[in-house]
Design a protein around this ligand. Structure first.
Ligand code: 0RQ
Length: 505
């Protein structure tokens, strides 16, 4: 394939991945591109894992601090974790090997809102960024960088890193050129200005990244595809959750709180429930919807194609193999309907609030008062991380959390007396949905919320015990605004740890 590097100076910097990783030293903070399965460097990170493995075999310690957009391609996360190459990980992971090291206390993990990553790095919370490794689709004649299938934090990494390694990937469809809107107007206080984005499709930046050529130490060429996001057909539970959400939208339209045809911009997480919601939307009655979200997944392509969705703004693709193929074959069409932005913009509180985004995110469990745990199994073991869910939950027009009412074959109730870890407080959670039903918590005091959550969302196998808990809590002396029995608040979790099930015998 013809080189994607149309700039003499950068052509002269092409070296192999093995040579490029010599610029990364033990103890370095390394910031890489990638968000979900899209845009992770393909060859430099595996070469780094190899180098670390060899260093360890020779008895040397070699770790880096790894900063990313969100999750990255799972093989990258796995390779670096397997060789104990990561001392500190930020801001999101979703990979079993890394998860295991974090939960064993062998990898430090800082789980932060995705909209905060760039500003926290500018503020210096993560120290000096030594090396950025950023995948791009090409380099223009004037030396600008054409972004890849994800934008994530790549703009920030290119701005702040002392040394930059570029991975130019010729697998990325050339027609992707023009899909991106890279905004350079963000700053730290007191120099912040309003971000002039008032419609999902607004373009407020430029198509390319700019970079200081003096800091680019290496350019590596590759033609490796993004790893695909696996997709299974939505099951009955996901379909039931989606049906409740769609009925709720109709209800809000009838109440005059949502525009009749177009609703408000939708944000949805990845996974089968999100895909089921999108699938349900395609069956009508809405037309010309918009999305202001993090990822474009398969369901979204279908909605754009059939006209249900008029425009989608995101920071990355998260497509299955079939979705990738569909996108590449019809890229000229999709380019007119999709824009990819830096994640500081896709998740920006100011914009999420202004546009009135409808936030729909998954959760592990919620308590009877509406506090949500998205991240820590039994209060301690990290699953993935908060990701962007908090950006949308706090700032959205509507904040919806969804989960099956049970996990592990019915042994775990997703509705519990008190969550043992809180990611989204009752103040940020308006609607809870399980396959059992939908709890609309808006305008309800805690004592009313508990009844609605139990009756609408809890699995019948757990309802009686939850009612008993709340009734005794309310009857206890000094029961207060939000009644709890502190000695029993975690009894569901304790029973699970002792007996392997939350069900009473
Ligand atoms: O475990 O994988 O071992 O089978 O958690 O649960 O039901 O398949 O749900 O894939 O939608 O994930 C909260 C993790 C839900 C996700 C979470 C176990 C269950 C299963 C997965 P197995 P499901 P999902 C989106 C914005 C935070 C990030 C976010 C998440 C596994 O939605 O990471 O929102 N959210 N980002 O068995 C113990 C419980 C459990 C439980 C489920 N109560 N206790 N285990 N599980 N509930 C944008 C992006 O992220 C790009």
């Amino acid at each position: 394939a013809a080189s994607r590097i149309h700039h003499e100076g950068y052509r002269a910097k092409v070296i192999s991945a093995e040579q490029a990783v010599q610029y990364i030293r033990p103890g370095n903070t390394v910031a890489i591109s990638g968000f979900a399965s899209a845009g992770t460097p393909k060859v430099v990170t595996p070469a780094l894992a190899d180098r670390i493995r060899r260093a360890r075999a020779a008895g040397d310690d070699f770790t880096i601090n790894l900063l990313t957009g969100a999750s990255v391609a799972s093989e990258t996360e796995r390779l670096l974790s397997e060789v104990d190459g990561i001392a500190l990980r930020m801001p999101y992971q979703a990979e079993p090997t890394a998860r295991g090291k974090i939960n064993d206390g062998r990898m430090d993990y800082v789980d932060i809102h995705l909209s905060h990553v760039a500003q926290q790095v500018w503020q210096g919370y993560y120290g000096h960024v030594d090396v950025a490794v950023v995948e791009i689709a090409g380099i223009t004649e004037s030396g600008e960088l054409i972004p890849a299938t994800s934008v994530g934090n790549s703009k920030t990494w290119l701005d702040v890193a002392e040394k930059i390694i570029l991975e130019v990937n010729s697998w990325i469809p050339e027609a992707l050129d023009g899909c991106h809107d890279i905004y350079y107007g963000t700053a730290l206080p007191p120099h912040r200005k309003p971000i002039q984005l008032t419609d999902v499709k607004d373009r407020i930046g430029q198509p390319y990244f700019r970079v200081d050529p003096a800091r680019v130490v290496a350019v590596v060429e590759t033609a490796a595809p993004d790893s695909a996001t696996p997709l299974t057909a939505p099951d009955a539970t996901s379909e039931a959750i989606a049906a409740h959400v769609l009925e709720f939208f109709d209800y809000e339209v009838r109440a005059g709180r949502l525009p009749a045809d177009t609703l408000l911009p939708l944000q949805s997480g990845v996974g089968n429930v999100a895909n089921a919601v999108l699938g349900g939307l395609s069956r009508g009655p809405y037309r010309g919807l918009t999305c202001y979200s993090e990822v474009v997944q398969d369901g979204m392509l279908q909605l754009i194609k059939d006209g249900t969705v008029r425009y989608a703004s995101a920071t990355a693709f998260a497509l299955s193999a079939a979705g990738l193929d569909e996108f590449v074959r019809n890229i000229d069409f999709y380019r007119e309907h999709i824009v990819l932005r830096p994640q500081e913009i896709s998740n920006h509180p100011e914009i999420v609030r202004r546009l009135g985004v409808i936030g729909m995110n998954g959760m592990l469990e919620a308590d009877i008062y509406g506090n949500v745990n998205s991240t820590h199994v039994m209060g301690s073991r990290i699953m993935n991380g908060i990701g962007g869910s908090g950006d949308f939950a706090r700032n959205g027009y509507l904040s919806i959390f969804m989960s099956p009412s049970t996990a592990r074959g019915g042994a775990i109730s997703s509705i519990v007396p008190m969550v043992p870890h809180v990611d989204h407080t009752e103040h940020d959670v308006q609607v809870i949905v399980t396959e059992q039903g939908l709890a609309d918590l808006r305008g309800l005091s805690p004592r009313r919320r508990s009844r609605v959550v139990i009756d609408r969302c809890a699995h019948p196998a757990f309802q009686a015990e939850l009612h008993d808990y709340v009734e005794r809590a309310e009857a206890a002396p000094g029961s207060g605004h939000t009644p709890h029995l502190l000695g029993e608040a975690f009894s569901f979790h304790q029973r699970f740890q002792q007996t392997g099930t939350m069900l009473a015998d």
